[in-house]
Design a protein around this ligand. Structure first.
Ligand SMILES: [Ca+2]
Ligand SMILES: [Ca+2]
Length: 182
């Protein structure tokens, strides 16, 4: 009898825990850089097999000659535009898997819907790595995300939106095509 009561309590606790987790379900949206619905120069898509990339592609603002040696404004508004279907309203951490040429080629503008531009950057050069970007407050439904030229020599393989502050990506993520509208 006593064992039965303990079991019943444990079952109740597990039920509560599962319900709690379900109400704050993690949403992870992984977008391949090549899954844009529109692109305009100088943003360009590059196909590169065997380079450890998601879907063997990336987008880039090609390196200009001469490459800037100081922080100057971008030469054009080249960009790639994506549509994502956000299943649950919330605050989403943006991460971008990037490759930067140098300190004058290490950022992209990010423009969500008609909001002011923000950007992503860090100081790790000439290797693919994830960079933590801005936090975005998103309603449920469709949103447009524009990755735009800020400096030449910047590349992006994937980007991710996740409603968790705990998750830190370290390698190529599995594309979640169900959230992307092409
Ligand atoms: Ca820079
Ligand atoms: Ca890719």
């Amino acid at each position: 009898m006593r064992r039965f009561i303990v079991s019943a309590v444990v079952v109740s606790l597990v039920t509560l825990l599962v319900a709690g987790v379900a109400s704050a379900a993690m949403v992870k949206m992984v977008v391949e850089a090549g899954d844009y619905f529109a692109i305009s120069p100088s943003m360009a898509k590059v196909v590169a097999t065997g380079a450890g990339l998601g879907n063997n592609d990336y987008i880039q603002i090609p390196l200009r000659r001469p490459h800037a040696t100081s922080e100057t404004g971008p030469a054009d508004t080249g960009n790639a535009r994506y549509k994502v279907n956000v299943p649950t309203a919330g605050v989403y951490q943006l991460w971008a898997r990037t490759w930067w040429y140098d300190a004058c080629g290490n950022s992209f503008f990010i423009i969500v819907d008609a909001k002011p531009a923000v950007y992503v950057e860090d100081a790790t050069y000439q290797t693919w790595h994830w960079v933590k970007g801005p936090k975005l407050t998103l309603t449920a439904g469709q949103h447009t995300i524009r990755m735009q030229n800020r400096e030449d020599g910047a590349r992006m393989d994937q980007f991710m939106l996740i409603n968790s502050t705990q998750y830190v990506p370290t390698r190529v993520e599995t594309r979640t095509g169900q959230y992307v509208v092409k």
